[in-house]
Design a protein around this ligand. Structure first.
Ligand code: BG6
Ligand code: MG
Length: 224
């Protein structure tokens, strides 16, 4: 028997924590070493994009080619620097009203999962003290196909024992919204409405999504 309670799947970076600034610092340092210009605007295009694909993009923008060995080394160095920032994260790095939203969902017994491209997801959740909220975690170590492929969210729904049509996804990247839509889940964009126009709903952040509105969304009838 499937769980009939609505399940909620959260992306991590940009939804629960603002790690984009740390990714930016680490990619920028790497780009600088390679003589490639890398701006905050470029960084926007890397949101939700896997580590490998991000490096491929940066090298392409800078018209650089590197050997496979160097590529691996660059990925390793970038991650090492990124982790120095991650290791300093605390509860203060949780985005506003995220904890209150998680508390509400927990109180109402909604199954909660994480669906993230990051291979560092568990480490980040531990640092910010949110690990215990999640009934299932699917991260970059467990998926073979990156968003917009729905694999990450479908796996999460399966682990929560819910039909995809009975799951809601919070995402800050367009590829993540597309993944949720393809997976037949209700997609909620967190961020810019213009960028996330494909989402079923968009809120600037969790401050804008008050609990009453969330309750209405969760109570919406779906075709089970
Ligand atoms: C996504 C981020 O969640 O995870 C991307 O938005 C990042 O910026 C990707 O590249 C992979 O993360 P990590 O931690 O495995 O390098
Ligand atoms: Mg994200």
């Amino acid at each position: 028997m499937k769980n009939s309670k609505k399940a909620v799947i959260f992306d991590l970076d940009g939804v629960i924590v603002d790690t984009a600034k740390f990714h930016f610092l680490a990619w920028q340092n790497l780009a600088e070493k390679l003589g490639i210009t890398f701006t905050a605007e470029d960084n926007e295009h890397l949101k939700g994009v896997s580590r490998v694909r991000s490096l491929e993009k940066i090298l392409k923008w800078g018209h650089k080619e590197v050997s496979q060995e160097e590529f691996e080394e660059l990925m390793h160095d970038k991650n090492e620097e990124y982790l120095t920032y991650v290791n300093q994260m605390t509860t203060k790095d949780i985005l506003p009203r995220v904890k209150e939203t998680l508390d509400y969902l927990k109180k109402e017994n909604h199954p909660i999962a994480l669906g993230s491209a990051s291979k560092n997801a568990k480490r980040i959740l531990k640092h910010v003290g949110l690990m215990h909220y999640f009934d299932a975690i699917v991260d970059g170590n467990e998926v073979t196909q990156a968003k917009p492929n729905p694999e990450v969210f479908l796996k999460a729904a399966k682990l929560l024992n819910v039909n995809p049509q009975n799951a809601i996804v919070f995402e800050d990247s367009l590829s993540g919204i597309e993944a949720a839509n393809t997976g037949q889940m209700l997609s909620i964009g967190i961020g810019n409405a213009r960028v996330l126009a494909a989402a079923d709903y968009v809120f600037k952040n969790f401050r804008e999504l008050d609990l009453e509105t969330l309750k209405n969304i969760l109570n919406k009838q779906t075709n089970l």
